[in-house]
Ligand binder design. Structure first.
Ligand SMILES: [Zn+2]
Length: 286
């Protein structure tokens, strides 16, 4: 599942390419994504300039010059590909999956003057939403929790939200109404840096731990963006699903390996917590 850093990289690449450009044509091959595509989707986008390319949490937002917005969520397996007229081999704007455009499941094509972007999604959990104006856009995002990198995610907010919570912290970090933008991979990394056991109950998190959670949530996500950003510039570093950025992980996918903290003799345990694979050090994380 694409996580926030991946969506941010897609946004940066899209922005460079399509901001201030005119959409010439839209071809839809399959309207049945997670939610059915708006019946006038093509008409709303065609002949409009893309004024802005934004990202909020894991949503991409295209601001059009008719004051409408197109929200894109990549779901579980959505990818956006860029195809120049020169047809370069590497088209994927993401860095998790294969850099090459698959033959199947290309649902939406958006044409600009000398290139097109293609939305590919084998599992079709992703979706495109049309939002009619800025007010509606704000309303849409009121429903989800503050984004991990936003100033709204602060000590006061977390303290208030953790009082009386009986869910474990791992579960809470993944709850998009609690904080938006943290997925499974990075929740493991954040809890490792904080030295908090993923099963620790929300209301038992101390003030000191809240401060660590705030600091390391932002730290881990920013680091991932920086790392992803550097690998996207050179496609040679990307080898299908095993991007080189994964070497940076401390706990994720490191089952039975030695803890990387100097002087710790612990090893990384993998355990399913609330149905998600959790990786943590059996000594550091309490
Ligand atoms: Zn350790």
């Amino acid at each position: 599942m694409p996580e926030l850093p991946e969506v941010e990289i897609v946004k940066q690449s899209l922005k460079k390419k399509i901001q201030h450009k005119k959409i010439k044509k839209v071809i839809v091959s399959n309207r049945n994504l997670r939610f059915k595509l708006h019946k006038n989707f093509e008409k709303i986008l065609e002949n409009r300039f893309v004024k802005k390319v934004l990202r909020k949490s894991k949503y991409l937002i295209l601001g059009l010059d008719n004051s409408k917005y197109c929200i894109i969520h990549l779901g579980m397996s959505g990818t956006i590909h860029l195809m120049d007229k020169t047809k370069n081999k590497n088209t994927n704007l993401s860095f998790y999956q294969s850099p090459i455009l698959p033959k199947k499941h290309n649902h939406i094509e958006i044409f600009f003057s000398n290139f097109k972007i293609i939305y590919n999604d084998p599992r079709r959990f992703g979706y495109f939403f049309i939002i009619k104006n800025k007010l509606e856009l704000e309303k849409f995002f009121l429903k989800i929790g503050p984004e991990v990198l936003s100033k709204k995610l602060n000590f006061k907010y977390l303290k208030k939200k953790l009082i009386n919570r009986k869910k474990n912290i791992k579960n809470l970090l993944l709850d998009q109404n609690f904080i938006s933008g943290i997925g499974n991979i990075y929740s493991n990394e954040i809890l490792f840096y904080c030295k908090i056991h993923p099963n620790k109950i929300g209301f038992k998190i101390t003030n000191k731990e809240i401060k660590k959670l705030l600091y390391f949530s932002k730290f881990v996500i920013k680091k991932a963006i920086k790392y992803g950003g550097s690998s996207i510039r050179d496609f040679k570093n990307i080898k299908g699903s095993i991007g080189s950025f994964q070497l940076e992980f401390n706990v994720y996918d490191r089952e039975n390996k030695k803890c990387l903290i100097k002087g710790c003799n612990g090893k990384i345990i993998k355990k399913f917590i609330s149905n998600r694979s959790s990786f943590f050090c059996n000594i550091c994380q309490k």
